[in-house]
Design a protein around this ligand. Structure first.
Ligand SMILES: O=C(O)CCC(=O)C(=O)O
Ligand SMILES: [Fe+2]
Length: 254
């Protein structure tokens, strides 16, 4: 796979690959996720999550646990991501940690950075529902403040993407190290139609920002919204956030 053909930003740091997994694989993964015992879920204020591959210590060391067979055997997400080239420069050349997030319609995640525990590449697979995913930057004022929470975020995203179910989005470079990303808490994503040409691309209506990956979208309903406009209702979405934790403790080191 030539990752650069999937670049959706000017610097070539963000890549969108539609239909990264099949519908059968998606159905299987969702069944496995839903079959997990209640105690595997960690409840947060506005979403639930599961950690696969172990916990991180306060010093950002992964206490590695085996990954579930349904990411290593069928479907073999590990190898598939490896052959995408996404982790070719990471220390273990492959992901070793996955956060599974569950979002109900109307739930999201505040703009944030993923931090220094991971090699600065993240691959996020979406299951079951689409969502709208935005990248943000800090203002240049206040730049020397070391505490990221004290810095000001520019409210208009620098890049906005429509993530389809079964797609993967890969974020690397400065988009990982110095930008933020988030999902707004919405039940519906309104789309303003484009004209099918680069001069007038489709937009997310509410923020008036271009759908950066509109040319790469494959879903019938989603594509129709790009050309005719429309409202895309969010369903329950699962995301698999795949990363390579740099420091690993335990005999499971890979
Ligand atoms: O669900 C997503 O697509 C994003 C999740 C995320 O940013 C994270 O887990 O750090
Ligand atoms: Fe994140």
């Amino acid at each position: 796979m030539n990752l650069q053909e999937h670049a959706i930003d000017e610097l070539g740091e963000v890549f969108y690959i539609p239909d990264f997994i099949t519908e059968e694989e998606e159905a299987y993964l969702i069944r496995k996720i839903q079959d997990a015992p209640q105690y595997n879920w960690k409840a947060l204020a506005n979403r639930r999550l599961q950690l696969w591959g172990g916990q991180l210590t306060s010093k950002n060391v992964l206490l590695a646990q085996p990954l579930p067979s349904f990411v290593e055997v069928y479907p073999n997400i590990l190898d598939r991501l490896k052959s995408s080239g996404a982790f070719s420069t990471s220390p273990h050349k492959v992901l070793n940690h996955i956060i599974l997030n569950e979002y109900l319609p109307g739930q999201g995640i505040m703009p944030h950075q993923d931090g220094p525990a991971y090699h600065p590449v993240v691959a996020t697979i979406s299951l079951r529902s689409h969502t709208a995913f935005h990248y943000y930057r800090y203002t240049t004022e206040n730049q020397d403040v070391l505490d990221a929470t004290a810095r000001i975020i520019v409210p208009t995203p620098v890049l906005s993407v429509l993530l389809e179910p079964r797609s993967v989005i890969i974020t690397s470079g400065s988009m990982y190290t110095s930008h933020l990303h988030g999902i707004q808490e919405q039940k519906v994503d309104h789309i303003t139609a484009g004209d099918g040409e680069t001069g007038c691309p489709p937009k997310f209506t509410d923020l008036d920002v271009v759908v950066a990956n509109w040319r790469l979208l494959t879903g019938t309903q989603v594509k129709s919204a790009m050309f005719k406009g429309g409202a895309l209702e969010r369903g329950v979405r699962y995301s698999l956030t795949c990363r390579d934790v740099e420091k690993v403790a335990s005999s499971l080191k890979r």
